[in-house]
Design a protein around this ligand. Sequence first.
Ligand code: APR
Length: 251
Amino acid sequence: MTDAADGLGEAFDSLRAGRLLTILTGAGISAESGLPTFRGEDGLWEGHHAEELATPEAFARDPVKVWRFYEWRRGLVLAATPNAGHRAVARLQHALPRVAVVTQNVDGLHQEAGSTDVVELHGSIRRVRCTREGTVRPALGAAFSELPPRCPGCGAVLRPDVVWFGEPLPEAAWRRAVEAARQSALLLVVGTSALVTPAAGLVVIAARAGAFVVEVNPDETEATPLAHRVLRAPAAKVLPRIADLAERAPG
Ligand code: APR
């Protein structure tokens, strides 16, 4: 692999001068925290793909099964800690004047690593939402005693505060993400297969608006043809090198 920093120096000068860096992340950045990706080899739960369970239809049909799937994932998330990739994203946010962190992940590990203002495109597994009132609350720090859990306010069934296939993204988060993509001088696309829209469309928006696109992913993805630089390595290896570059004094 060429050095992560190669050829990025000029781009970083413009970032130091106040241009926007956007970091778009997916499940791959949390792989090294022990969380399975969706489309990787360990992405199945009891033989099911996420696409079969993460839908409003699946929840209407069998809320307990869908909740069991989310409680499994939430258990993994609660036991996980941020890795060097998440920490490097937080370092970049501190080192540069304008950085937008946009994630498809629902695990909250960017925030745990110290990132602020994270745009959560797909919600958070650490919150629950009442299916009747729409009220959002933090989920318990432990497993629910009964599934499906019930709203303490009205007794209706709670759901995870995440976006399921076929549902619209939270409007404010999507607006902020599109705005960031449009304004970016540099877009880092980290650990996403870029298969799921509309999130994957952010890469197209940024590239069309003139951003320099850098992909960080051990494998080829749908975003690869749009990337100006491709860093074929795990995020926890590459991102700390990029954060070093941002922290280095200019010149
Ligand atoms: N570092 C960087 N990338 C990695 C690593 C790593 N250590 N390990 C795996 N990857 C890459 C894989 O090569 C793959 O391209 O992470 C990507 C994970 O892809 P997906 O499993 O498809 O996850 P993601 O792109 O986040 O999925 C998008 O789909 O299921 C829905 O809502 C869910 O937010 C999710 C969305």
